[in-house]
Design a protein around this ligand. Structure first.
Ligand SMILES: Nc1ncnc2c1ncn2[C@@H]1O[C@H](COP(=O)(O)OP(=O)(O)OP(=O)(O)O)[C@@H](O)[C@H]1O
Ligand SMILES: [Mg+2]
Length: 255
């Protein structure tokens, strides 16, 4: 059984069908890419998976249980962690305190009696931002803030990580380090689902990819298959929009 299954999900906002009978799965220990042009429905899928958006149709299963009607916090307690496309850290707190709060929330009242973990600094070190531990979260660069989001997510020790555009704001060497970290997290047995526009990163780190276009899954498979899929090419190249075309020039992406 896959760790996560999205089954025939439909989400409509008035006349807009954001997700159109989408089905896809993600396995534990693997990195799954969820890609597609702007407005394809990727973030809405994440909202359905995490419980922020009730679908009009379809089901979500996580760790062998149907969770379609569970509230957000109960999904989190079962091991779902998420980062947001729009950054959500507490700006007036330090980087370290942001992670500490996330850890406290996860541990609950009983956890507050235990000493605050040195593991907070270990987590900051793991994602590569320990040097920023004492900085206010609203004063750090965007790329660092994305890594802070990841550290906050990992503070809950999730079985499944849902990452919404995690590499935007990272430079080339930070992106390479980030890719290596994702591989490590998957090797620990966690499932990772990543929405990402950086095709080089997606094609390098993902084991499986699902492509959304106008809310529909138009292709699923390993990177080598997705890269050459004619419908995927058409979906992307149909968007003659400035940097988007450049970012998704699939031919440019090394195997
Ligand atoms: N709360 C909402 N109310 C109305 N329409 C919405 C809402 N959220 C999303 N949409 C619409 O649903 C569609 C899918 O949006 P979504 O944010 O899921 O796309 P996305 O694939 O994450 O895009 P991007 O790559 O730009 O982040 C878009 O047409 C968007 O305008
Ligand atoms: Mg989005």
């Amino acid at each position: 059984m896959p760790l996560l299954e999205v089954d025939d999900v439909v989400v409509r906002f008035g006349g807009v069908t954001a997700v159109d009978h989408a089905s896809f799965a993600a396995e534990a220990g693997r990195i799954t890419g969820l890609i597609g042009p702007n407005g394809a429905g990727k973030t809405t899928c994440f909202n359905v998976i995490t419980g922020l958006q009730r679908p009009q149709h379809g089901a979500v299963r996580f760790a062998d249980r149907r969770i379609t009607r569970l509230p957000v916090h109960r999904r989190a307690r079962r091991g779902m962690g998420r980062t947001f496309q729009r950054l959500e850290a507490f700006g007036s707190l330090t980087v370290r305190d942001n992670v500490r709060v996330a850890q406290d929330i996860h541990r609950g009242p009983a956890g507050l009696l235990r000493p605050a973990g040195a593991d907070v600094d270990a987590l900051l070190d793991r994602v590569g931002i320990l040097a920023y531990a004492d900085e206010r979260a609203d004063s750090i660069p965007t790329g660092t803030a994305r890594l802070l989001e990841l550290a906050r997510c990992l503070a809950g020790d999730p079985k499944l990580l849902l990452l919404d555009e995690p590499s935007s704001g990272l430079d080339e060497s930070e992106t390479a380090a980030f890719g290596a970290l994702l591989a490590e997290l998957a090797a620990e047995g966690r499932g990772i689902v990543m929405v990402e526009h950086d095709m080089a990163l997606v094609m390098t780190v993902c084991d499986d990819i699902h492509v959304l276009d106008f809310g529909r899954v138009i292709a699923s498979g390993p990177p080598a298959l997705i890269r050459t899929d004619p419908e995927v090419q058409r979906a992307y190249l149909g968007y003659a929009d400035d940097d988007v075309t450049q970012e998704i020039d699939l031919e440019q992406v090394a195997p």
